[in-house]
Structure formats: structure tokens, C-alpha cells
Write a protein that binds this ligand. Structure first.
Ligand SMILES: C[S@@+](CC[C@H](N)C(=O)[O-])C[C@H]1O[C@@H](n2cnc3c(N)ncnc32)[C@H](O)[C@@H]1O
Length: 253
């Protein structure tokens, strides 16, 4: 991706409440499934945090936690910092600009590793494998990941995701990956449509007109909007067949 294309993506996504499908209720449900004591002084990292949708929900739900919010894009972290200050949780949320594949963490540093709609950037298997050592023994990983929700699907949809994200698979396959790499699954659920439509796509679509105006309807900005419209159309047609699965898995030794 050229730098200009990345800057356009940042400019489109930064004003929105979240940069991928999800929701506060689903963050809370996943946290409940970890079995961790919310009143404990937990050490947490939110990897690929964007502007902090899940980070801020976790800071609210875990009043004594210290949360490291990791993203490789500084503008998203700056927005997260502002939101943390507005929510009165900035003293417990530390932004960290780093790549998720080269995290500067110590072994057994965290009780909880969190990652919503982001682990695909390095691939689910590589991510769960390389992040495991950052968890304390018995610590918990929560990651949302593109997942087939039916056992068969239209060939054109299969072909699309096989090319766009070859690791797309069913929940059973994803849990096998977790088990293979030293985790025991504690819980799993599928993000409902509202997490895609109301929480993510609708605010994004509402931002298209201003975004195009800001960039003088340039060819590059128009192409960015068209790509997002295509992604939304794909979801509208095939929502029954895929979603993000939310995986809650404990480090076992
Ligand atoms: C789809 S967004 C999800 C953001 C946020 N978790 C949410 O649900 O709103 C994926 C995030 O991962 C970040 N990201 C992508 N590749 C990354 C990498 N290699 N290292 C760190 N962050 C990365 C992006 O900047 C973006 O903020």
C-alpha cells in the first residue's frame, strides 16, 4: 500500500467510534467468559487497538487494570489518548506504537491479551503462537477473527475470502489452532449483525460524504470509498455465512 493510500484510510477511519465490527456488550460478554476477577489489578494489552473501542470498554469494566493499548498507527493512538482523557481513564491506559509482530513485551507480563478485528494482520495462527509467551501461565487471550458460520457456502464467497484471507475457517478449525499452540478454549460466540451494521458500517457510510469533500473527490479517495462499499455489499449478500468469531482461550502449560 502506498503512503497516500494509508493516509486516506487513516483519515476515513479515525473519526469513527470503532475501526472494525464489535460492540461494548460483546466486549463485556467476552470478558465475562475469561473468568478473570474484574476487581483484580490485572495487566492487560489490547493489540491492534485502533482508536480504542475495546480499550475504553475494558478500562471501564476493569477499574484496577493497567492497559497497554498497542497499534502501529500514531494518529489512532492520539485519538485513543483523547478519548481516554475524556473518559477519565487515561492514567490506566498506556498507548504504545508498535508492530503486533514485534511486540516489546516481557515473558509472562500479562493476565489478559485482547485483540478485536486485528490479529488477521499477522494471521491468526502466527499471532496466537507468538503472543502466548507474553501471557502468565493461566492467563487468557481474547481475539476476534473472521470465521465461517455455516458448513457450506457459495463458491464465489469461498473464493473471495480464500484469496483475501486464506486463514478463514470454521470455529472448530480455529479452536484446533488454539489447542495446537498451548491454549485451552474457554468460550466462543459469533458477533451478531448489529456489530457489523450498526456499530461499524453505518458510521463509516455516514462519513463517506465528508471524506470525499475533504479530498476534493480525488480519484484515490473515490476508490477508497468504492472498496468499502464493495465490502459492505459483500456482507449484505452473505451475512449468513461469515462473521467474526470471538475466541476466549487460556494459556495452558
Ligand atoms: C480493523 S482495525 C480494529 C481496531 C480496533 N480493535 C476496533 O475493533 O475498533 C485493525 C487495527 O489493527 C492495526 N494494525 C494493523 N496492522 C498492525 C500491525 N502490524 N501492528 C500493529 N497494529 C496493526 C490497525 O492500525 C487498526 O487500528
Amino acid at each position: 500500500m502506498t503512503m497516500d493510500a494509508l493516509e486516506l484510510l487513516i483519515d476515513l477511519h479515525q473519526p469513527n467510534p470503532r475501526q472494525g465490527p464489535g460492540g461494548d456488550a460483546q466486549t463485556e460478554l467476552a470478558l465475562h467468559l475469561t473468568g478473570l476477577d474484574p476487581a483484580a489489578p490485572l495487566t492487560v494489552a489490547d493489540i491492534g487497538c485502533g482508536t480504542g473501542a475495546a480499550t475504553l470498554a475494558l478500562a471501564r469494566l476493569l477499574p484496577r487494570a493497567q492497559i497497554t493499548a498497542v497499534d502501529f498507527l500514531a494518529p489512532f493512538l492520539a485519538k485513543l489518548q483523547q478519548r481516554g482523557e475524556a473518559a477519565g481513564v487515561a492514567d490506566r491506559v498506556v498507548p504504545l506504537q508498535a508492530s503486533m509482530s514485534e511486540l516489546p513485551f516481557a515473558d509472562a507480563q500479562f493476565d489478559l491479551l485482547w485483540s478485536e478485528g486485528a490479529i488477521y494482520n499477522m494471521g491468526f495462527e502466527k499471532g496466537v503462537k507468538s503472543w502466548r509467551r507474553f501471557l502468565k501461565p493461566g492467563g487468557v487471550l481474547v481475539a476476534s477473527e473472521l470465521t465461517w458460520t455455516t458448513s457450506t457456502r457459495p463458491p464465489e464467497l469461498q473464493a473471495f475470502w480464500d484469496t483475501a484471507y486464506p486463514e478463514v475457517a470454521t470455529a472448530a478449525d480455529k479452536m484446533a489452532v488454539l489447542e495446537r499452540h498451548g491454549y485451552s478454549p474457554l468460550g466462543y460466540f459469533v458477533l451478531p449483525e448489529t456489530c457489523w451494521r450498526d456499530a461499524y458500517y453505518r458510521p463509516l457510510q455516514a462519513a463517506f460524504a465528508d471524506f470525499l469533500k475533504r479530498h476534493g473527490h480525488s480519484e484515490a479517495a473515490t476508490a477508497v470509498v468504492a472498496e468499502h462499499e464493495q465490502e459492505i455489499a459483500l456482507y449484505d449478500t452473505h451475512a449468513a455465512h461469515y462473521s467474526y468469531g470471538v475466541y476466549v482461550a487460556q494459556r495452558v502449560d
